[in-house]
Design a protein around this ligand. Structure first.
Ligand code: TYM
Length: 330
């Protein structure tokens, strides 16, 4: 029996190099050996203000990006969260088991409520219980995520404990985070002390998977680095440069030591030029495939439909067990 993997991305902005390196690239490698479900978290996107037309368009675009990045809709179950209503059904039950004190500790809630002061809604607060439902519905063993989602995963495990204490064990698989060794936290290009985020208002901070080559080049060449000259991996003193080296290392397969040797005696600018070329050439086939896929909405619709149907088979089976345990009449 293969282990089950589940992961997803919130449908905001465009997927970035951070998402690619921290998440989707790992998802792609895992699809060979695991039973994988990958979804588009559109309900999570509603926790911040969304233009309905843009959200809909972006959902198609994200699906096309998933497929273009190499996720296979036949090998995996790829689906849109809102098309599987069991997510919100289970989320409510889990919300009723989760003490507010646990939600108060979530750093993402604190950060987002500072950023969106005019829209601190209850969904932003209970977001982690919906995320727990996403995972638990499918009995996922492993959840590949970047470092920023680790706290939500820990809470999901706590929620399994709350459920078990109240209703007894055996309903849910206890999931584990699967955080890649490299690139679990790709940093912003202009401000390497914070993570690269697809919802960043300053687009110089991130490279999007579908940025054109000129834009990619400009953003990487303009990345903030220190005033030193030696190309050396040193996060404390050379945060910007080290971030570029991480991206270079993941995309080229070279170690930091190999990169340092290859660029010995060269300037930061040399690394930036080579990195920009590497990013452009890595993304070129992805972008070609993406543009092709975006021309065929019927195909994207049928991928969504098939994914939702397959996901619902599993989701309804878990929800049925939860209804029985909790005393809800089916
Ligand atoms: P999201 O959409 O912010 O990010 C998707 C994935 O990309 C990873 N990631 C990064 N990794 C490295 N460096 C970065 N700068 C970087 N930025 C993002 C994230 O860790 C994530 O793995 N709440 C989730 C979506 C979600 C989910 C789930 C994930 C909803 N339900 C259930 C797993 C399981 C989110 O907003 O990810």
């Amino acid at each position: 029996m293969k282990k089950t993997i589940l992961s997803g991305s919130t449908v905001t902005g465009d997927l970035t190099l951070g998402n690619y390196i921290g998440a989707l690239n790992n998802w792609k490698n895992l699809q060979q050996d695991y039973d994988c479900l990958y979804f588009l978290a559109d309900l999570h996107a509603l926790t911040v203000m969304q233009d309905p037309k843009v959200l809909k368009e972006r959902t198609y675009s994200f699906l096309a990006q998933y497929l273009a990045l190499g996720l296979d809709e036949k090998k995996n179950i790829i689906f849109v969260q809102s098309q599987v209503p069991e997510h919100t059904q289970l989320a409510w039950i889990l919300t009723c088991l989760t003490p507010m004190g646990y939600l108060n500790r979530m750093t993402q809630f604190k950060e987002k409520s500072e950023k969106h002061v005019k829209n601190i809604n209850a969904g932003l607060y209970t977001y982690p219980t919906l995320m727990a439902a996403d995972i638990l519905l499918y009995q996922a063993d492993l959840v590949p995520v970047g470092e920023d989602q680790r706290q939500h995963l820990e809470l999901c495990r706590d929620i399994v404990g709350f459920f078990n204490n109240r209703y007894g064990e055996g309903t849910f698989t206890l999931p584990e985070a699967y955080v890649g060794k490299m690139g679990a936290r790709v940093m912003s290009l202009q401000d390497p002390d914070k993570k690269m985020s697809k919802s960043d208002e300053n687009e110089k901070n991130f490279v999007s998977i579908i940025d054109d080559p000129k834009k990619i080049e400009k953003k990487i060449k303009g990345a903030a680095t220190d005033s030193g000259t030696e190309i050396k991996y040193d996060v404390e003193n050379k945060a910007g440069l080290s971030n570029l080296m991480t991206i270079y290392s993941v995309l080229s397969g070279k170690t930091y030591a190999e990169i340092e040797t290859a660029f010995a005696g060269k300037m930061y600018g040399h690394l930036k030029v080579e990195l920009a070329d590497l990013v452009v050439s890595t993304l070129k086939p992805v972008q070609d495939k993406y543009h092709d896929l975006m021309k065929n909405r019927d195909h994207l619709d049928s991928v969504m439909k098939m994914g939702a149907e397959r996901a619902r088979v599993r989701a309804t089976s878990t929800l049925k067990a939860v209804y029985e345990k909790t005393g809800l009449v089916l």
